[in-house]
Design a protein around this ligand. Structure first.
Ligand code: GDP
Length: 202
């Protein structure tokens, strides 16, 4: 599995404005700073593809990237950005929730979780909401190259990963698949692309 071609297609503000060609899509979502842009760039082997979504005004959009002229990677707004006013935060939630619930070509939500720190409440809440609404989810653990540090809870990435899975176990009928990644070592890159290929062939 390889990305031969990747191009930014469009930013949409509403689910109805998203591309309508029916290609399957996979949405990346996670807390601000989780490593979403880095992962996207690692996946497509580019340095700057994801930057569009970081431009002011585009961060609150649904950003579609067409891959191999066949399927989409979708960059969604990051959540849990502490500096955002509460009102705006709720807005982002409504916005992505509508997309999750109504986008019929969405195959799986890739929830990015930082493996270098212990589980955050907001990530657990997000996973819980996806589980309750039976939205298919794949857990993508980021920053798995990082060594354990006392100030980060003193646990190894592997330990944070198994803790997180234990904490969300009750939210899902079947255990969500998970992939451990690093944008530094490119760990998990092939595994993600293989996972996408398998999901697309169902
Ligand atoms: P975003 O806000 O989710 O798009 O996060 P970024 O991709 O901008 O990354 C946030 C910070 O985490 C940056 O300082 C990155 O260099 C760092 N980072 C991202 N991915 C990794 C990773 O896999 N390993 C390590 N060690 N750092 C990472």
């Amino acid at each position: 599995a390889h990305v031969e071609q990747a191009e930014f297609v469009k930013s949409s503000v509403r689910t109805e404005d998203c591309p309508s060609d029916g290609s399957p899509e996979f949405a990346l979502v996670g807390r601000s700073n989780v490593g979403k842009s880095s992962l996207l760039n690692s996946l497509v082997r580019r340095k700057k593809l994801a930057l569009t979504s970081k431009k002011p005004g585009k961060t609150q959009c649904i950003n579609h990237f067409r891959i191999n002229d066949n399927w989409y990677l979708v960059d969604l707004p990051g959540y849990g950005f502490a500096a955002a006013p509460r009102e705006l935060r709720t807005d982002w939630n409504q916005f992505t929730k509508d997309y999750f619930l109504n986008r019929s070509t969405l195959v799986s939500v890739f929830l990015l979780v930082d493996a270098s720190i212990p589980a955050k409440q907001i990530d657990l809440e997000y996973a819980s909401w996806l589980g309750q609404n039976q939205i298919p989810m794949t857990l993508i653990f980021t920053k798995c190259d990082k060594r354990k540090k006392k100030k980060n809870g003193g646990r190894r990435p592997e330990e944070n990963v198994s803790d997180f899975q234990e904490l969300i176990r009750g939210f899902f009928q079947t255990t969500p698949p998970y992939i451990m990644t690093s944008s530094v070592t490119h760990q998990g890159r092939d595994e993600i692309l293989l996972h996408i290929a398998q999901l697309r062939n169902y």
